[in-house]
Design a protein around this ligand. Sequence first.
Ligand code: NDP
Length: 496
Amino acid sequence: MSELSHKDWIGKASAIRFRDKAFIDGKMVAARSGRTFASVNPATGEVLAEVASCGEEDIDLAVAAARRSFNTGVWSRTSSAHRKEVLLRLAQLLRENLHELALLESLDMGKLVRDAAAVDVPGSAAIFQWYGEAIDKIYGEVAPTGEGDLVLVRREPLGVVGAVVPWNFPLDMATWKCAPALAAGNSVVLKPAEQSPLSALLLAELAMEAGLPAGVLNVVPGLGETAGQALGRHMDVDCLAFTGSTAVGKMFLQYSGQSNMKQVWLETGGKSPNLIFADCGDLDAAADMAAFGIFFNQGEVCSANSRLLVQRGIKDALVEKLVQRAAVTQPGDPLDPASKMGAMVDSRQAANVMRFVEAGKKTARLVAGGDLVTVNGRGSFVQPTIFDDVAPADPIARDEIFGPVLSVIAFDDEADAIRIANDSPYGLAASLWTDSLSRAHRIAGRLHAGTVSVNTVDALSPMTPFGGFKQSGFGRDLSLHALDKYTALKTTWIKY
Ligand code: NDP
């Protein structure tokens, strides 16, 4: 945890030199069209930088650079030991640039700088380190054929990987795609979200400093419908890894079908249920984590525990505890280490969230928050908001709100809880709280979710696969399984 004071962070923020160019073939370049878009600090409304807005021509250049670097083998055919060394150096450089990276995350998208310094940046460093350490420990296979044949099955990098990532964890989401793709030997073209391009541009610079050859990691800031679409439709991109909304995820499937049938991997939305049973022995811990599960990062988390399913007998007691926790989680200046919640990423997202909140006020019982507020007279901040007595079919219980808005739903028994939890188009994550080991296993087995956390929320690590069922997407980030997305199996059959 960083020990810097509010004043320290403000001082460091004022000294930052924002990178505002695309990073293509090892060089910072303006968009060919000369176009830019404004990167805005959502907590203050100030323009941080006018960033290169890449279009089709720039995507072509980036993909060509990636392809050249891949074909020459400067990265793709180096030893796994070499790739490991570079990725470990990059992990170290991320740690050395902790404060600047944490500030870029906070200034660009409104999250608490304290969280960015404690969670986002160390998390990214840990993931580059993890894939660096893993890559020289993965062996191929020898097929069990008879004498006279030697059959090798190896993993090979795919070639050019496109990555399109969102704004809620800009550095982490870029890392979740880039670290395994690079570790496996691919070249990457990364498109960060227009709301949060700044940390990805520094990442590219640090990657080169760590020894990644020019062209292996290219960053193309730009708008989704232009730069994102051009990458999705590109005929020379082999694989497209995406995190973002389900609606845009579906577009990438179409882009692929209409172009070169590139592999597409999607981590999309969620409406994760958190089930609390009456036999949960520590309701205070459950309340602490339920609040964390929806208010952390302003609720802008794909796996946020946005549906709280509570067994009827303990519901009122638990809701009372949650209301107390909401009261002490009010938004504040993201650069102040004492603040508990940051700004929404932009006024558009704040307005989306508030549309759900206003609708919820008519259909459910508002017990905490419910207002859009400013901090120091600026920005768009949403109060931690809790609705009780929400019907499972209510839009606030079904749609991904992507804000600090919790819907509380009562259930009667296990069957009821499982039915409500699974009645969702999404299946990213789920949590459950019980002191019964049997119940925990029984229910974990029945929940349609990529990750089920028991007596905690949203558990994840570089070691564990992350991704969803149903319309939460397919393919897994993190863990060795992520390498499946960025490699193809090659069979070499030798007769002797
Ligand atoms: P999007 O899905 O629109 O954006 C995610 C990424 O896709 C961004 O890089 C975006 O670029 C890009 N993109 C957008 N439109 C296209 C397109 N037509 N073709 C190719 N790429 C595109 O998410 P939003 O930022 O608009 O957020 C909207 C909602 O999505 C949120 O309210 C939330 O519900 C959900 N969401 C889910 C996330 C998750 O982690 N699962 C993360 C973020 C949002 P650009 O930003 O430049 O338009």
